[in-house]
Design a protein around this ligand. Sequence first.
Ligand code: NAD
Length: 295
Amino acid sequence: MKVGFIGTGNMGGPMAANILAAGNEVRVYDTNTSATETLEEAGAVRCEDLLSLASNSEIVILSLPGPPEVDAVASEALESMSAGQTLVDMSTNSPAVVKRIAMRAQTKGVGFLDAPVSGGVRGARQGTLAIMVGGDKSLYDSLEPLFGVMGANLFHVGEVGAGNVAKLVNNMLAFSVMMSNAEALVLGAKAGVDPNVLWNIVRTSSGNSMTWEGGGRAILRDRLAPMFTVDLACKDIGLATDLAREVGVDLTMIPTAERLLKDFQASGFAKEDVLATVKALEEAAGVTVRGTWDQ
Ligand code: NAD
């Protein structure tokens, strides 16, 4: 297959690498030229503009920061795409924005799917992402082998936009739990319980979750390099609360997590990993949980 991949950052880079490794012809484009270097070395062709990528690819995939970037790039790419081609947005995006893009694509006979992912940079590298897809089922079926190269858990969720509804619900849950996990570790430590002991207890008790196990371990090991930044988390949780307003659902817990994340964003954590915000809690409580891993 001739695949064009736009946005080869933390996620898109390894996703495009897996498509290439599966034997596809891959063209790449990113405004940051260093983001495509490794892919070029592996055999991908770097395009100097969107036009040459879009007109030479059967499938055009986007993995961009958020709605404004996707909206602009999709509009430009669609100008040089024609009937029979397919555009797939794998960014985390607003359901309303992807629906608008799908309508523009339809007027040109271009197929469109929204297909956001979960599983982080590690899942992108290992090809084990969860991919939640919205759009025409037969188009999804025809692209399932391509999704299978990037992900291990594939879901056709429903109409265009449904993929992002599922993604935003997942992420608002994950971020609010992450914020709670950090508070739990700091509270337990301040009140005199070894964070390692606490981590093991919760792991086998009712407070456990994927974010407690993985995120808690990363905090205790102090391995907090930016994999999922506070900026991206604010975008995702903001899109989730926008969606709630749009469909008329009153949320209480999630807006609290959103406020907390926005405060961290404004106080120097914007480019840090979400889990790294535990530093502020440690400082306020006068206790350290990072770097205490002893197992
Ligand atoms: P990133 O910032 O590392 O990558 C985005 C890339 O897009 C960058 O290389 C940037 O240079 C490029 N870009 C920006 N504007 C562009 C434009 N106009 N034209 C071409 N390229 C452009 O972000 P990421 O972490 O790879 O995330 C990408 C998407 O995946 C986001 O929507 C994010 O919410 C989602 N996501 C991220 C993770 C994660 O763990 N990082 C997990 C799941 C989903």
